[in-house]
Write a protein that binds this ligand. Sequence first.
Ligand SMILES: NC(=O)c1ccc[n+]([C@@H]2O[C@H](COP(=O)([O-])OP(=O)(O)OC[C@H]3O[C@@H](n4cnc5c(N)ncnc54)[C@H](OP(=O)(O)O)[C@@H]3O)[C@@H](O)[C@H]2O)c1
Length: 340
Amino acid sequence: MRKFKIGILGATGNVGAQLLNLLESWDENKINLDGPPRLFGTKKSAGREIDFKNHEIIVQDSLPENFEGLDIILSTATSDVSEKLVPEALKRGVKLVIDTDSFYRMNESVPLITAGVNDHDIDWHKGIIAGPNCTTAQLILPLHALNKAFGLKRVVVSTYQAISGAGKGPMDLMIQDCQEVLKNPEYIKRIRDTQVAFNVIPMISSLLEDGYSKEERKVCIESRKMLNYPDLQLTCTAVRVPVMTGHSESVNIELKKSFNLNEVNEVLKNQEYIQLWEDWSKYPMPLDVAYTEPVHVGRVRIDQSQPNTLDMWVVADNLWIGAALNALRIAEKAIERGKV
Ligand SMILES: NC(=O)c1ccc[n+]([C@@H]2O[C@H](COP(=O)([O-])OP(=O)(O)OC[C@H]3O[C@@H](n4cnc5c(N)ncnc54)[C@H](OP(=O)(O)O)[C@@H]3O)[C@@H](O)[C@H]2O)c1
């Protein structure tokens, strides 16, 4: 059985930690490692030791020459790093880079993939496959299932996004801010402009010229690309909430064909990687779904305000579905399809 040398670029970050965590127990028949993964971070992290299956791996500086000999790189650092280092990796013979960053997502020569939605797009990769934004990754699974069965007409999504989606730095700051505020229990103090602790922030990433945020724009354009549905009507309001891990989404979906609830539930139950919570008295919440594999879909109900429309509540682990787990599923499927 073929073995693969794997590298993780951004191994010391939030997503990098989850890639390692998942890779430790990944089925060796699906991704057969040729030695422990090679780990890369900034110069400041170089030399740090990280445990993998009881072996200490030394983090290396992300220098292009250090990528020699690798088959696959899971890249999860920053856009600058993706722009500069991914081409360098390909020049040095790396066969496939799976990049969780936004830099290549809308590049027409790069497939943008959520496993279980558009796996066929793996077949035309030219060395790079991009994974979507975490918010889009969990939304696209139910949208894909419903689009196939009934046709999507219009989607309205409001998000409640965890701080870990912003990276390790902001997550540490939120913990620190919580501790500061709790030291002064008589009042809730605003510590910084972007304070997430004890707050709700309706602006993620930067503000665009039309009043939407970059995060909201990503959800729309990435969904259209993965569904190969360029004129899909979709609008989003993206909100940061003081949750550690697990993005939640309230989604209103107008379908082209009429349906009943049983039919919708069947479609969702049959979609790979979705867990349906059919009982309305139980619903998925971030604390319950962090570190679980499925996209959890609950509170599926018929919108009484207009025909052919549904409401649902979608929750998933943003670090897993939104990045690390999706990247490893793509790697596994690329291997299975002989595309590495
Ligand atoms: N968090 C999510 O839910 C999520 C979901 C989907 C996609 N993504 C994407 O995944 C990527 C990583 O996100 P994250 O949340 O893991 O961020 P993070 O916690 O801030 O980690 C960033 C990682 O990149 C490394 N890095 C930063 N600058 C570098 C440089 N110049 N050269 C080499 N390595 C560098 C950091 O190394 P040091 O530790 O040495 O600084 C660290 O390992 C981002 O592109 C993000 O957009 C994240």
